[in-house]
Design a protein around this ligand. Sequence first.
Ligand SMILES: [Zn+2]
Length: 476
Amino acid sequence: MAVKFKHMRRFATLLCLSTALLQIGCVAENSKNSNSSDSERVNQAQNHSDSLKKNADETPKNIIVFIGDGMGISTITAGRIFVGQEKGLKGEEYELSFDKFPQLALIKTYNTNAQVPDSAGTATAILSGYKTNIGAVNVRPNENLDVMFLEGCGGDTLPTLTDRAKAVEKSVGVISTARLTHATPAVMYSHTVSRDIEAEKDLQDPFDYEGCKSISQQLIESDVDIALGGGRKEFSDEQVAAWQGTVVTNAPEMLAAPTNEPLLGLFNSSHMTFHADRAETEEPSLADMTTFAIDRLSADEDGYVMMVEAGRIDHAHHGSNAYRALKDLEALDEAVAAAVAKAGNDTLILVTADHSHVFTMAGYPARGNPILGLVRSVDRETGGPAADYQLDEDGKPYTTLGYHNGPNVREADSEVLTDNMVQAPDYMQQTAVRLGSETHAGEDVALYATGPGAALFNGVMEQDEIGQILADLLAD
Ligand SMILES: [Zn+2]
């Protein structure tokens, strides 16, 4: 019992630490009544997906799930204007690649114990078909997080999307601009009670998870055919040597890799470089990796399942740096466009987000006002943008884009902003609540779908219905 108690305390502490890093606090309490209502809800969700399945007669050969980490609807709208303005348009009228998809749903993102979720719990819902606790990767929820740990290192688990794809002999690709061991890609191939156990060293220090497997070790032992992303530092030399295939570290090596064996691309020691700064590196873009993986995986006549994550939209938002978030959305848009151009009409393509961010687009800027810029409203006489900036109650101009919380709080004596300042790449948008790191947001996110099976995704959906539908589509 002493050992168990020690583990319980350690797990609770680790979860608190993990969530503190995300600025979401430690969520320890869970209503006893929530389980019964949750199971009723799961049954309803299952019925919903069953009835929709009957209406859709098409089964895709290939499935590609794009996840924009932290890509809330405000990010999509601002990103659409940003990309349009980069192309010389006013911006608002521009269409992103997935704006053209025929099917759309709104997705409820909460974790079983968190109103505002994290990526581990939400990716488990999207890819594996069940909601779980915040911070948990592919481990079934338990109202007592400590008990979840004591059930074993892997906890109570269900098959991963990789398991489901392999059961019907499809190939599997995992692509992310984050570390491959980060929460979202980890859900494709691993089970762990804490997303923080990325490397073998995380098993020992500062906590004792002896006997468990790190996420990196689970990737090395997995059936994934192509894994491309960041995170070299999470793998020991022994682990890299144990990969059953080729290991590459830059774009030219990736393109030259042998076609007849699994491929592991580790392009950065941690996360890959933000799209805005990538030109100075030898890293492939998200579109490069997507195109490459589709070419390789298409060789499997049984088809393939691939998850592609734009992992760094989230990271730029946490730093309240809208420019890099929108550039990484642009990278996702280009990757989706590449997939649409390359994948056949036997491919289901989904584009969604795991959760939103507290990112807003506000004021009354005139049409075509630079999306990163200061607000100029509509001049009532000319109908065009006003000559002068709109001013706040302190007589100062303000930006269209902002965050509810984060590091750069707007105060009455804050410096007067200029367009040069706010349109600079490193500018951190202003916030209302002072936090070291901006946080996720809890409102619904969008899901866009095209291809066979796309009609199954519509209306307001629980996030775990996505994974349940994917499992149905992959069932024999
Ligand atoms: Zn995040």
